[in-house]
Design a binder for this molecule. Structure first.
Ligand SMILES: CCCCCCCC(=O)SCCNC(=O)CCNC(=O)[C@H](O)C(C)(C)COP(=O)(O)OP(=O)(O)OC[C@H]1O[C@@H](n2cnc3c(N)ncnc32)[C@H](O)[C@@H]1OP(=O)(O)O
Length: 223
């Protein structure tokens, strides 16, 4: 890999700064010395095909024959993937920080432009499989995007690992599909282990949604 993503750069300097601290076995068990070759160079393309599949499923009116055909093909693929299943710490999904949403198929595929102590800026395009209704993104999908990005901003801003205690989302305007949106999160203030975060989602000048959340910095070993 030649070029590092903004998140990789920040994660590397974060790892260097915390090199003398005891290894954190709790929370998301962070290990920034992670192998980004897991799944190979086409792993991102693989995840993107899975997302495209979900788009197609959401949009399809399949015939009975096509449903049967897809079931049979999926059974073959699922059996192959089942043979290579490993634990969550070593699976690339969620750990490939060089990929949109760290290669995690259950997260909206945001792309980080800038990440640091000051906050995280990302771009996000919701698509057909995120549909709530009438060409708008499902509110739960918006909340998932906020939760993950705020978790990242909380980790970088507090130099610790945080978990969501509460997350309040205010939906201000329809969040459109197939439109590149700007997602931003930053630490508002910290009180001991309490990290108060804010986040916004914009379509151009329009504020689609905003969130505030309390994330708690975990103690070493705390799940
Ligand atoms: C880069 C990767 C990003 C990934 C981001 C994904 C983030 C997530 O989705 S995490 C999953 C969702 N969250 C969870 O499952 C958390 C479940 N809850 C818990 O584990 C615990 O309740 C936890 C960790 C939040 C807090 O527990 P604990 O560490 O024992 O803290 P506790 O002593 O109870 O509280 C600490 C302080 O926070 C306050 N607090 C805790 N929860 C709340 C709450 N819901 N509302 C208000 N205040 C709260 C307490 O009152 C206390 O305040 P003070 O210090 O002033 O007395």
């Amino acid at each position: 890999m030649t070029q590092k993503s903004p998140l990789q750069k920040t994660a590397t300097s974060f790892a260097e700064e915390s090199a003398d601290e005891p290894h954190h076995e709790g929370g998301f068990r962070p290990d920034f010395d992670i192998d980004l070759t897991r799944g190979g160079p086409r792993y991102g393309e693989f995840i993107e095909e899975v997302r495209t599949f979900m788009d197609r499923v959401k949009a399809a009116l399949p015939s009975e024959e096509l449903v049967a055909e897809v079931i049979d093909e999926l059974k073959v693929l699922n059996a192959k993937l089942d043979e290579v299943a490993i634990d969550e710490w070593r699976a690339p999904s969620g750990g490939r920080i060089d990929l949109p949403a760290r290669g995690n198929i259950t997260l909206p595929p945001y792309e980080v432009d800038d990440a640091g102590e000051e906050g995280v800026h990302a771009r996000l395009t919701f698509r057909r499989y995120h549909l709530g209704g009438n060409n708008a993104a499902h509110g739960g999908q918006v909340a998932v995007a906020f939760d993950d990005l705020m978790g990242m901003a909380g980790a970088l801003g507090s130099k610790g690992i945080t978990r969501t205690a509460y997350l309040t989302v205010n939906y201000r305007a329809i969040t459109p599909l197939d439109t590149e949106l700007k997602l931003r999160s930053w630490v508002d203030r910290m009180e001991g282990r309490k990290v108060f975060l804010r986040a916004t989602l914009h379509n151009g000048e329009t504020l689609c949604a905003e969130a505030d959340g309390l994330f708690i910095k975990l103690k070493p070993g705390q799940p």
